[in-house]
Ligand binder design. Structure first.
Ligand code: FEA
Length: 182
């Protein structure tokens, strides 16, 4: 987890705007806006530590590892879009992709578990359903314009993905490998 920044970095561009035109009302407002934006970004960076897929997330089944990599990259794209203050349209697009891809991934995973009579399938499936529901809520919020710059959303998605893969998905590795799926 990234440490919170000790100081807020003020760029030379901001100082220039403040110095040259500080007396002008509009420029002062501009300056405040830039400082506010920089502060917001600094907070975002301090709150969300970014994670890329690595072997510690492997579930020892190639298809699932490939899907998980894709999910990491979609959540990262969502985070980047929020950080850049992208419009609701971009957020909605990424959330739609995320919703579609998780449904695709969950059904593939559940199919493998069902085919091999995995004993933990019921509770595993319930977690998937909860996640799908949550993403749908985020999509509705995004459509209503309530989602922009919400750190909590990308943090929630990232945490969920990591916890689910490490605590739930990795439990099926041995079972699927023993049933010839790797
Ligand atoms: Fe059980 Fe796989 O599902 N990873 N995700 N999310």
């Amino acid at each position: 987890m990234a440490k919170p920044p000790q100081r807020l970095f003020i760029s030379s561009e901001m100082l220039l705007v403040c110095g040259r035109k500080g007396a002008i009302k509009g420029a002062a407002a501009n300056c405040r806006q830039m400082i506010r934006a920089a502060y917001k970004n600094a907070r975002l960076e301090a709150t969300v530590s970014w994670l890329d897929w690595d072997m510690s997330y492997s579930v020892k089944v190639k298809k699932c590892d490939d899907d998980h990599r894709k999910l990491f990259s979609l959540i990262k794209a969502l985070h980047e879009a929020m950080k850049a203050g992208k419009g609701a349209q971009v957020l909605q697009q990424i959330l739609k992709e995320l919703a579609d891809y998780t449904k695709y991934h969950f059904s593939g995973e559940e199919e493998m578990l069902a085919k091999t009579n995995y004993p933990g399938l019921g509770s595993h499936r319930a977690q998937h359903q909860q996640f799908v529901k949550k993403v749908e809520e985020f999509r509705q919020d995004a459509a209503a314009g309530k989602l922009a710059q919400t750190i909590a959303v990308s943090t929630f998605l990232n945490d969920w993905l990591v916890n689910h893969i490490k605590r739930t998905d990795q439990q099926y590795s041995e079972h699927l490998n023993a049933n010839g799926i790797s």
